[in-house]
Design a protein around this ligand. Structure first.
Ligand code: GLY
Length: 408
């Protein structure tokens, strides 16, 4: 069987790693990164039409889409109109991630617990609403902003400046509308499910670290680290399943693919901050390693709409991911530096997933903001953490930067 994966990050590298457990599978990736060739053939395609042609010519039986943009641009509908099965939801569900405002309205209509919010297309009503809240204020670009569209303002003055920037196009069309949300001071965790159009399976929790700097300071990033499993007690887990996941699943019949819930927990009560219509990055890099089922079989059961009978199981280990970034990320940074010592990582202690890397003249070089994911593992979070940090320090490149408090 032949499968094409779409995406270029650490998430897609982890997907390839997990799929490569199936030795008879021929894997392709577009566009991929410097780590892809260990598992897959990289292909160079320009657009949806190219992807379709490639799949037809090469008899690709399944396409797995990692990032949100192609999903929000309708890749699933397009490829399926040519009979190519695609692991990604259809366009009619894209709003769940592609419009923060519409998705909040959906959650409100369906009594899914969320922070108090307002949805605005102009500065003056947005600012009036902010004045009715207590600081800090959460301001979100309505559309897709690469994980960077959320700002927290600690004063009215700061909120005014952020709102002006957003409405003046800081995130282009994505910030023409904004969501303003009550700030909940709690514990953030990501919960993952997969659906086959009707039934769903729970795929685990992972903790993601979105801020750039230790102690959750600095600007938002795509994610600086992650770990799994996360200790969520039975009572809380039941609430999440019943009040959030099942209430959502009931209302999205026909949804096929992954769905992740960005949650915040306060006083043992869960609230949804956002939906994402895909797997998370860098959460996937730890989740796939915790799954003891065959990933291809899970995907096949989606295709055959037999997810109901699929048994999801987890191993007993802990996994902790430290993301090595290029200094300057998420703003300006330089790339093209040689990466050294990856071969010194002992695979019985840690796995490296590539993200912003490329191979030039047979050397692995930095080619992005988030460069590598170093996932340590062991039978406690502490052991996983020690191992991840040991190799985060050994693997090296110029301008390397990483958080030192993942898992603490
Ligand atoms: N880790 C957050 C995201 O993938 O959006």
């Amino acid at each position: 069987m032949k499968v094409l994966v779409i995406g270029s990050g650490g998430r897609e590298n982890a997907i390839l790693y997990k799929l490569s457990e199936n030795k008879n599978l021929q894997l392709y990736i577009f566009p991929g990164n410097g780590g892809s060739i260990e598992y897959a053939k990289r292909v160079n395609l320009e657009n949806f039409e190219d992807i379709k042609e490639f799949c037809i010519e090469n008899e690709i039986k399944m396409v797995i889409v990692g990032p949100e943009e192609p999903i929000a641009n309708g890749i699933s509908d397009y490829l399926e109109s040519y009979g190519i099965f695609t692991i990604a939801p259809n366009l009619k569900f894209a709003f769940l991630e592609a419009s923060k405002g519409k998705s909040k309205e959906f959650m409100k209509e369906n009594n899914i617990p969320i922070p108090y919010f307002g949805y605005f297309d102009n500065f003056s009503s947005a600012f009036d609403f902010i004045k009715s809240l207590k600081p800090p204020y959460v301001i979100k670009a309505d559309g897709l902003a690469g994980g960077k569209g959320v700002s927290i303002a600690y004063s009215l003055d700061e909120a005014r400046i952020i709102l002006i920037e957003y409405f003046e196009g800081k995130f282009k069309d994505a910030s023409k509308k904004v969501v303003i949300e009550e700030y909940i001071d709690g514990f953030e965790v990501s919960a993952f499910i997969v659906m086959d159009g009707k039934d769903y399976k729970f795929l685990g929790y992972a903790k993601d670290y979105k801020r750039l700097l230790d102690g959750d300071n600095g600007p938002n990033t795509g994610g600086m680290g992650s770990y799994t499993p996360v200790s969520i007690d039975e009572n809380l887990h039941r609430k999440i399943i019943k009040n959030i996941i099942e209430k959502t699943v009931e209302k999205i019949e026909g949804y096929k693919g992954f769905l992740f819930f960005g949650l915040i927990i306060k006083n043992n009560e869960p609230f949804v901050l956002e939906y994402n219509i895909r797997l998370g990055d860098p959460e996937t890099q730890v989740l796939v390693l915790s799954w003891s089922f065959n990933f291809l079989e899970l995907l096949t059961s989606i295709k055959e709409r037999k997810l109901k009978d699929f048994i999801v199981s987890f191993n007993e280990l802990y996994f902790l991911n430290v993301v090595l970034t290029s200094k300057g990320y998420p703003f300006e940074y330089k790339t093209g530096y040689k990466i050294e010592n990856i071969e010194k990582v002992d695979k019985s202690e840690a796995i490296v997933f590539h993200a912003g890397t490329e191979i030039v003249d047979n050397k692995v070089i930095t080619n992005g903001g988030r460069v590598l994911n170093i996932v340590g593992f062991g039978d406690s979070l502490n052991v996983a953490r020690e191992r991840a940090y040991k190799y985060a320090s050994i693997v090296n490149f110029e301008n390397k930067f990483y958080r030192k408090d993942i898992g603490l």
